[in-house]
Write a protein that binds this ligand. Structure first.
Ligand code: AMP
Length: 172
């Protein structure tokens, strides 16, 4: 099973992804963490501003991760973030994407939760930019998945257990 999990920054996506990985024995592709670990100083500057890094860079990471984990199911977290990346992932996986889950929280709640963290890219300007990119470029991926019949949404403003139960109920 291959699942893409989306949600605005601060939606609790990371927690839900960890739970999915455990329960369904999937491999976790975490674009942001991998980039923070592997990126050059030049790429890190882009990240600190809240901008997306070049697509070829993320593509290399995802291809390597998939190749290193043959015969696995995956949860994709932080990727794809644009329609182009979504189409790219479909090609890489030969269209085997089962679900695109969107964890929905309001913009106000997202900003509130993010301000409580404190990463370099959690500064107010970068937060704003990341949310703007999320709404203009990433959310359309979910809309496309809904049109394709594989997208569903859960309410992220509930307890961790309730959000997880809502997700699992939709996975066959
Ligand atoms: P995240 O931890 O998912 O919030 O990602 C942190 C930062 O890494 C983002 O703000 C982007 O700068 C970069 N990044 C993560 N995933 C991607 C992606 N799929 N495409 C481009 N940039 C990304």
């Amino acid at each position: 099973m291959n699942i893409i999990v989306q949600g605005p920054q601060g939606s609790g996506k990371g927690t839900q992804v960890e739970k999915l990985v455990q329960k369904y024995n999937l491999k976790h592709f975490d674009a942001g963490s991998l980039l923070r670990k592997e990126a050059s100083e030049e790429i890190k500057k882009i990240m600190d501003k809240g901008e997306l890094v070049p697509q070829y860079y993320v593509k290399q990471l995802v291809e390597k991760f998939i190749a290193e984990n043959p015969n696995s199911g995956f949860v994709f977290d932080g990727y794809p973030r644009t329609i182009d990346q979504y189409e790219e992932l479909k090609t890489i996986l030969q269209n085997k994407i089962d679900y695109v889950v969107n964890i929905e929280i309001s913009i106000d709640e997202s900003v509130r939760r993010l301000s409580l963290r404190g990463r370099e890219d959690d500064k107010p300007e970068a937060i704003k930019r990341r949310l703007q990119i999320y709404h203009t470029q990433t959310h359309p991926v979910f809309e496309k998945a809904v049109a394709e019949g594989i997208g569903f949404e859960v309410n992220g403003e509930q307890s961790i257990e309730q959000v997880f139960a809502d997700i699992c109920r939709k996975l066959i």
